[in-house]
Design a protein around this ligand. Structure first.
Ligand SMILES: Cc1cc2nc3c(=O)[nH]c(=O)nc-3n(C[C@H](O)[C@H](O)[C@H](O)COP(=O)(O)OP(=O)(O)OC[C@H]3O[C@@H](n4cnc5c(N)ncnc54)[C@H](O)[C@@H]3O)c2cc1C
Length: 409
């Protein structure tokens, strides 16, 4: 192991997206004036991913509007930025990141922020019409396909799949969602909300094949259809595979880091070797708030963790702070806004279930009578208040009382 000076002078950040950018900004904001190098596999300067399945896909926004910072703001970071460069190996004993551009980058502080890559359908080769969605190029390619009209089959009724279904309907495509669970988004939202959201999609013309998987994509030169697990064949002009994402840890093989399902970190986001931290979709850390190790693929987690990892990297050991946070995400489908904070628990208390012009729900979820999560569909104000009760480990009963009072005020 190299000795690490108490304050690093050569910081390398691998992964130049949300978490990496926030780490870089926090380092400078905290007064770090040493060398700063940012390595990003993508050719485009940091941009936001949520619009890729929403406004950018529908064409409401040009891609440039998804840029996270202007070129002036990036220049102000005074960082050496390597775009289109992959880190290929990490040697923690010598403190060196190796890249595919022939650069060896020595560091005495390192932040790992390589996020995730979209999962593909096993055994299927890439061909026109077969899409995943993670990058600007993915979104552009999918939009081009959808503008051609025809039938889109979405594999997986997760958030990205359902957002793409909504965007594709807005573009006039026929859409069928294929999902192994009997209810879309059941694992994340539970039966009632999952069913209500499926009904919302049906009302917009989306069809579902539930309890099914895609066993084969048909068409050699380009996608022509799919065969489902029950043997049914559906004609299709395109397939969007929305079956989750995998942490981008291949390049860490041989580094000695525990990189099984993301990079394992302690509560301070430290990955083990001196001066090495991880943040964002990649980090699997001990969240003291829930007393468990978790990995979270949400926007706000990536921004907050990037900054927290940077602060802990600069801090003296006794001044470091554990990263204790309530995970939060949102999803927009048609005019419906879904928000979730915390962790799903085994107990669920539906608080409001109104049949208005738009569905409105609040569901509290918990373990052993303690609130662990709040789900809101079109109830943003009440959600904001209830979210804070998770930090305070409020009881489910108190949270339910508060939710009813907030809702009916
Ligand atoms: C289409 C889409 C829609 C989303 N919508 C929402 C939403 O509505 N709400 C929400 O909360 N979250 C949403 N998310 C999730 C959110 O965007 C992610 O949580 C966030 O992008 C994570 O940021 P990150 O920096 O940790 O990782 P990433 O954004 O994955 O960035 C990692 C970066 O590292 C680069 N990289 C990977 N390997 C290497 C390597 N070896 N060398 C150099 N660079 C490398 C990658 O190319 C990438 O640029 C969405 C994600 C997607 C894809």
């Amino acid at each position: 192991m190299t000795d690490r000076s108490p304050t690093p002078r050569r910081v390398v950040i691998v992964g130049g997206s949300l978490a990496g950018l926030h780490a870089a900004e926090e380092l400078r904001a905290a007064g770090y004036d040493g060398s700063l190098t940012l390595v990003s596999a993508e050719r485009r300067a940091p941009y936001d991913r949520p619009p890729l399945s929403k406004q950018v896909l529908t064409g409401e926004w040009p891609l440039d509007r998804a840029a996270l910072r202007s070129s002036e703001e990036l220049a102000a970071l005074q960082a050496e930025v390597h775009l289109g460069v992959h880190a290929t190996a990490l040697d923690v004993s010598r403190g060196i990141v190796t890249t595919d551009a022939g650069l060896d980058l020595p560091y005495d502080g390192l932040i790992l922020a390589t996020g995730c890559t979209a999962r593909s359908l096993r055994g299927e080769t890439a061909r026109p019409g077969l899409h995943t969605l993670r990058t600007d190029e993915d979104s552009r390619a999918l939009r081009q396909t959808l503008l051609g009209g025809g039938h889109l089959v979405v594999a997986g009724a997760g958030f990205i799949g359902m957002e793409v279904a909504a965007a594709a309907r807005a573009l006039g495509a026929d859409v069928t969602v294929v999902e192994p669970w009997p209810v879309p988004m059941q694992a994340a939202l539970g039966d009632r909300i999952g069913t209500a959201l499926a009904d919302l999609h049906r009302a917009h013309g989306v069809k579902f094949r539930l309890g099914q998987t895609i066993s084969r994509v048909l068409g050699a030169a380009r996608v022509g259809g799919v065969e489902l697990s029950d043997g049914t064949v559906l004609d299709a002009d395109a397939v969007l595979v929305g079956i989750g994402a995998t942490p981008a840890t291949d390049w860490l093989a041989g580094s000695g880091l525990d990189a099984n399902d993301g990079v394992a970190c302690d509560a301070y986001l430290a990955a083990g070797p001196p001066g090495v931290y991880a943040a964002g979709d990649l980090a699997r850390w001990d969240n003291p708030l829930f007393g468990t190790r978790m990995r979270v693929e949400h926007w706000s987690n990536a921004t907050e963790q990037g900054a927290a990892a940077a602060r802990n990297l600069l801090a003296a050991p006794e001044d470091r702070k554990p990263f204790a946070s309530v995970p939060y995400f949102w999803s927009d489908q048609y005019d419906t806004s879904i928000q979730f904070a915390g962790r799903p628990g085994r107990e669920r208390v539906p608080v409001v279930d109104l049949d208005g012009p738009q569905p409105e729900f609040l569901v509290l979820t918990g373990e052993s009578g303690t609130l662990t999560g709040v789900l809101s569909v079109n109830s943003p104000k009440a959600f904001l208040r209830l979210r804070r009760m998770i930090n305070n480990k409020a009881s489910l009963a108190d949270a339910a009382d508060a939710a009813r009072a907030l809702r009916f005020r």
